[in-house]
Each structure stands twice: as C-alpha cells, then as structure tokens.
Design a protein around this ligand. Structure first.
Ligand SMILES: *[C@@H]1O[C@H](CO)[C@@H](O)[C@H](O)[C@H]1NC(C)=O
Length: 291
C-alpha cells in the first residue's frame, strides 16, 4: 500500500485495504504537488503553499492545469471564485476526463455573462465517447463574490455533482439497460479558464470584451478522496455499493434545486430528439429517479 499525499488517514486506508489490497488512495492535494501545467503557464499563479491558485486569461491565452494522477472513482472538491464583472465569453471549467476517442468525461463548466446577468453552470457526462447529456443551472448566489465548493462524486454506481454540498445532479449507472457509464477509463482532474465566446454566452451572441482583460478566477482547497489508477491496481471496490444514492434530506434538496434552478435539461429537450427519440435513460419507462 502506498500513500499519495497526507498521512493522517490510516484508519480509512486500513478499511479500504480490507476489500482491495492494491488500492492507492489520494487524500487532500495541493496545486503544486498534484498538478502540472496544461497551457498558459505564466498565467497560473499558485500561492499559500499550493493551497490556492488563480488562473488568468489575457488577450493572448487562457490557462489551465491537469492532475499528475489518473483516478478511477473518487470525490473531488474545489472551491472556486469566478471571473467578476463582464465575464461574457469566458469559460471556467473544472472537470474529469480520460483521453482517446472513446473517452469519458464529467464536466462542470461556468459560462460567463455580461455584468449583472447570471452565470450558467453547465454539467455534462461523456461515457464511451458519447456526451450530449447537458443539464444547466443558474446559481442561487453570486459565484463571483465568494468562494463556493463544487464537487464531483463518482463511484461505480453513480455520479453526483454538488454545489456547497447540495446535490444538483445525479446520474445512476444504468449500464444494465444499455446506457454508457464511465467505469473503465481512469480520468485526470482539469481546471481551466479559456475563451469560449463562439458558443458560451447566449449561444455565442455575446463575445469576450478584451477591454475587461485580464480575466481572473480563483481556486482553493482542492481535495481528492480518490483511487489512484496505476498499472496493476484495482479501484473496483472504491466506494462501490457503499453510497449508492442520496439520503432523504439530500433528495429533498435535490428536488428543490431541480424544480427551481434548472435552465436546460437534455432529457426535456423534445425538439432535439424529435427525430431519434429521447435517449434511453430519459425515457419514462427507464426513469429511475434517484433512488
Ligand atoms: C446570460 O444572461 C442572459 C440574460 O439574462 C441569459 O439568458 C443567459 O442564460 C445567461 N447565461 C449565458 C451563459 O448566456
């Protein structure tokens, strides 16, 4: 058994080792020890012993980092404070992704907006190279004023996306009825800030205003409680079956979010699927809700 970062969790490591002797767990994490630069190097500013970071986008480039480790399952938390003021055209992204044409991906993307207009939080899940599962939300607070915690919690049974610990989206593993779900490919954690003005704000209508540059987003307290995928290791047992769904309180909160804050849900987009019919997991007979 090998430790990735912090050493104060022998208790849980021991328990995990009971059901898989080859698991390597990451707990905690800092921007300087756990990530590499992805692009825009000098625009990544890491502070506080690696616990906080800003990403900057100027007229020449955005910036981003990628985790050194590949993970198969885990919970990934990040505190983020978004680009303030006129952020139209900017995309701040926090996501997991594997590589290759059949890739898996779990996305949290923040689409900027004109001053006073709401950010869109856009979520998506790709499995076996197939995406198109967008669910988009407005937030119930101003995400540029303060840091808020955004989390991806992924295990073999389901994916839960959370904001300040409130679940906003659940995708259950429905491989049994033929719905692709990410279970095979280890993913890295990415954090990026880039120019998406061809599509991001009002479907590309509103462009980046460079007189507002540089655009800066803040990140801190990255925390991974995750299985590090390495040759010869198995992450199969990680959290599996232990935490399938949500408790009653969380379900209630999720219902409230879904009824109040969803702007777009691919499962409700009848026009998009008029020709081919709704995706499998969206069809009434297959809707399991979030048991
Ligand atoms: C930006 O604001 C407009 C007007 O309120 C809104 O329709 C849109 O959803 C907002 N977000 C984005 C990313 O376009």
């Amino acid at each position: 058994m090998k430790m990735a970062s912090f050493s104060s969790y022998y208790g849980s490591l021991f328990l995990l080792s009971l059901f898989s002797s080859f698991i390597t767990i990451a707990l905690g994490g800092t921007f300087n020890t756990d990530f590499d630069n992805l692009f825009g190097e000098e625009r990544v500013d890491i502070k506080d012993d690696g616990n906080s970071m800003t990403l900057t986008m100027d007229e020449y480039s955005g910036s981003g980092i990628v985790s050194k480790n590949e993970y198969l399952y885990g919970r990934f938390d990040m505190k983020i404070k978004l680009v303030p003021g006129n952020s139209a055209g900017t995309v701040t992204a926090y996501y997991l992704s594997s590589i290759g044409s059949q890739h898996d991906e779990i996305d949290i993307e923040f689409l900027g907006n004109l001053t006073g207009d709401p950010y869109l939080l856009s979520t998506n899940v790709y499995a076996d190279g197939i995406g198109g599962r967008e669910v988009q939300f407005y937030l119930w607070f101003d995400p540029t004023e303060d840091y808020h915690t955004y989390s991806i919690d992924w295990n073999p049974d389901r994916i839960i996306i959370l904001v300040d610990n409130i679940p906003i989206r659940v995708m259950l593993n429905r491989q049994s009825i033929g719905v692709p779900f990410p279970t095979k490919r280890p993913m890295r954690v990415y954090t990026t800030l880039w120019n998406g003005d061809s599509w991001a704000t009002r479907w590309g209508e509103v462009k980046l205003d460079l007189s507002n540059a540089p655009f800066v987003a803040g990140f801190k307290n990255f925390n991974a409680n995750a299985c590090i995928a390495k040759q010869g290791t198995s992450c199969k047992g990680f959290n599996g079956g232990k935490n399938k769904g949500l408790d009653i309180e969380s379900k209630r909160k999720l219902q409230k979010i879904l009824s109040k804050w969803v702007v777009y849900d691919y499962c409700a987009d009848l026009r998009r699927y008029a020709h081919d019919g709704l995706p499998y997991e969206c069809r009434k007979e297959n809707l399991l809700q979030f048991e």
